[in-house]
Design a protein around this ligand. Structure first.
Ligand SMILES: N[C@@H](CCC(=O)N[C@@H](CS)C(=O)NCC(=O)O)C(=O)O
Length: 289
């Protein structure tokens, strides 16, 4: 709990800091235009992936364009416009877009956020983590941020904390099943087995689960901290992972200054009516759009 007051702020329509710099560097027309508000965590997933996978893109991170509905039927960001088709085609849904970028990279830059397709079990374990992020962790974040009375906040805070813990169990399981068990002869072999398992393992690189969850971990560390007094769970390994996530160049390149997030999320923290489709879904107990 915290002693903040609703000052009626609404979200900023422009990014700052690294995100602004990255946006400015991606204003030339490309095959792909990414539409999205800079503060949206679902957009950030896509933005980070495009950066990491080395996909060329133009970004419009400022506001929703008039024709967003053409790109994204529910009017939600992120949306992609694909100019290599005539007329241009479109894609929406952050998780679907991530898979699309991954497929594009497989045929071009050869970079990947997943273990190789020759290791289906490792890929499945990563997808299990992502499934948990989407079904449990992300909704719990909003329930916590939108909860108004003390009892509801305590309950939702516990739920969010539990979702984080379950994620760490799934990350540990993948590490144990894929790299562990004494199967690796040396560090080099260990690293090879860990490809696509993400930053949880020391020496690993960015993975799909990292990208899927990092925007909410980041906002837990600033927005939830500010409005709910939330503290990310202690623990050496967890802290090291959060550090690696926050400092990964592809992630950092999409971050604005922390104060910007605090202001942009005030309307969620005070659960103002019609804050967003996500907020409405949480308030009415429906699943997220
Ligand atoms: N399931 C969608 C969710 C996207 C979403 O909720 N985006 C929010 C911004 S964070 C949005 O566009 N909200 C607009 C609105 O509520 O009208 C995805 O993963 O892409």
């Amino acid at each position: 709990m915290s002693n903040t007051k609703d000052s009626g702020k609404t979200y900023h329509d422009k990014p700052t800091g690294e995100a602004l710099k990255t946006a400015n560097e991606h204003q030339e027309p490309q095959d792909i235009t990414l539409f999205g508000s800079w503060f949206c965590p679902f957009v950030q997933r896509v933005w980070v992936s495009a950066e990491y996978l080395g996909i060329d893109y133009k970004v419009d991170p400022y506001a929703k364009p008039q024709d967003l509905l053409e790109v994204s039927p529910k009017g939600l960001v992120p949306g992609l416009k694909l100019h290599k088709y005539n007329p241009p085609r479109a894609l929406n849904e952050s998780t679907v877009i991530l898979e699309y970028l991954e497929d594009l990279a497989a045929g071009s830059t050869k970079r990947s956020l997943l273990p190789p397709s020759t290791h289906p079990y490792a890929r499945a374990l990563v997808r299990l983590q992502c499934d948990h992020v989407n079904r449990a962790l992300v909704p719990a974040f909003y329930r916590y941020l939108q909860a108004q009375d003390a009892e509801a906040q305590i309950k939702a805070g516990k739920e969010f904390n539990d979702a984080l813990y379950t994620l760490t169990e799934l990350l540990e399981r993948a590490e144990r099943d894929i790299i562990g068990g004494g199967g690796a002869a040396n560090e080099g072999e260990k690293r090879a087995l860990g490809v696509g398992l993400g930053l949880w393992t020391e020496g690993g690189d960015l993975g799909l689960t990292d990208v899927m969850v990092a925007p909410w971990i980041y906002r837990a560390g600033n927005v939830l901290k500010h409005y709910r007094g939330f503290v990310l769970p202690p623990g050496k390994k967890f802290e090291a992972w959060v550090e690696r996530l926050s400092n990964h160049p592809a992630f950092k390149a999409t971050c604005s200054d922390e104060q910007m997030y605090l202001e942009s999320y005030e309307r969620y923290a005070y659960n103002r009516p019609n804050t967003s489709q996500v907020a409405n879904a949480i308030n009415s107990g429906r699943s997220l759009p």
